[in-house]
Design a protein around this ligand. Structure first.
Ligand code: UDP
Ligand code: MG
Length: 325
């Protein structure tokens, strides 16, 4: 087997501060792998500019001029998951194997070697799994743990401590391309593709520059998206809850009739308030969960494009010859 073409797919959103710091790591890794004969000379780093409003695209342009790098630019900010998908689907047309990672240097590029070894051994998917969370704040560690626990409880199984650092072969990408859903939660979808997979462990380092785009609010949104796109267990829980409340209220009805016939029914404001408030709360909660799913269906039915490409650096030379862009 000749050396495969490897594409490192890297989504970037407003990362002009960190890209110049980390870009050398990625291209350096590719060059080392090529020198060792493990990947083909056509291998590239593919940067996806997720509608940045700073100078990220200019930085990517410069990197592509230096060689080993290409870029695609989305028409507007679509979020990490969509940006990643855009990159993977673009790479699918050119690469034998892809590895997706963050641009801030948190995903240790040294794990790429081990991932390739698994690929050479016949795996189509290799998950990058964090060994521990020492580099995180106590708060992020706690919430992340809760996140995986909650996801598993609600029927959305995903690989523990694996985010989006993963290797996918072209065959796995072809499988992923068959999933047409608009609400993307890639780390939940990839296991559904199946094929042979394994894991590689790495230490996650702190962000090298710039700041995170995943505050608590976005993390909660991602968790809710993950659960509702992978599982209908919350709906089943509602059914169970409804049944439980119904049984309790049957008992309460019997009890209130007994009280009535005993002639002791005047006081009782507190108990009445409790029941009314409790039932009101439960109902609103359940409607909220239903609403989440209906919102999802609304998005899926409209089936809007998940991303639109504005421009790419591919074939830049031929464009330039024809009079520039
Ligand atoms: N990112 C993106 N689009 C967004 C937000 C983030 O492409 O709307 C990219 C970002 O540039 C980075 C990766 O997703 O490469 C992970 O984001 P970040 O490092 O901010 O998240 P954290 O590592 O703190 O969870
Ligand atoms: Mg990060």
């Amino acid at each position: 087997m000749s050396a495969p073409i490897l594409y490192l797919v890297i989504p970037c959103y407003n990362e002009e501060a960190v890209l110049p710091v980390t870009a050398g790591l990625f291209s350096g890794k590719l060059q080392a792998l090529q020198a060792a004969g493990r990947v083909a000379a056509e291998s590239r780093v593919l940067y996806v500019d997720d509608g940045s409003t700073d100078g990220t695209w200019e930085v990517i342009g410069r990197l592509s001029d230096e060689g080993w790098a290409e870029g695609i630019r989305l028409s507007r900010n679509r979020g990490h998951q969509n940006a990643l998908l855009a990159g993977l689907m673009t790479a699918r047309e050119r690469a034998d194997v892809t590895i997706s990672l963050d641009c801030d240097g948190q995903d240790d590029v040294e794990a790429v070697d081990a991932m390739l070894t698994e690929y050479e051994a016949g795996c189509d998917v290799v998950y990058g799994v964090r060994r521990d969370r020492k580099s995180d704040t106590v708060f992020k560690r706690g919430t992340a743990h809760l996140f995986y626990k909650l996801m598993a409880k609600l029927g959305a199984d995903s690989v523990y401590n694996h985010a989006d650092y993963r290797l996918m072969s072209r065959r796995a990408l072809d499988g992923l391309a068959e999933f047409k859903e608009v609400n993307l939660f890639l780390r939940g979808l990839v296991p559904l593709v199946g094929l042979r997979s394994s894991s590689v462990y790495y230490d996650r380092s702190p962000r090298q520059a710039g700041k995170t785009h995943y505050p608590l609010r976005k993390m909660l949104r991602l968790a809710a998206d993950g659960i509702t796109s992978l599982s209908v267990r919350p709906l089943k829980l509602i059914t169970g809850l409804g049944l439980g409340v119904f049984l309790v209220s049957l008992g309460m009805i019997v009890w209130s009739l007994v009280e009535y016939f005993r002639g002791a029914t005047v006081s009782g404001w507190s108990s009445l308030m409790c029941v009314v408030l409790f039932l009101g709360g439960v109902q609103l909660l359940c409607i909220g969960v239903l609403g989440e799913y209906i919102g999802k269906i609304y998005g899926e039915v409209k089936h809007r494009p998940r991303y639109i490409l504005q421009e790419t650096t591919f074939n830049k030379e031929t464009d330039d010859e024809a009079g520039g862009r």
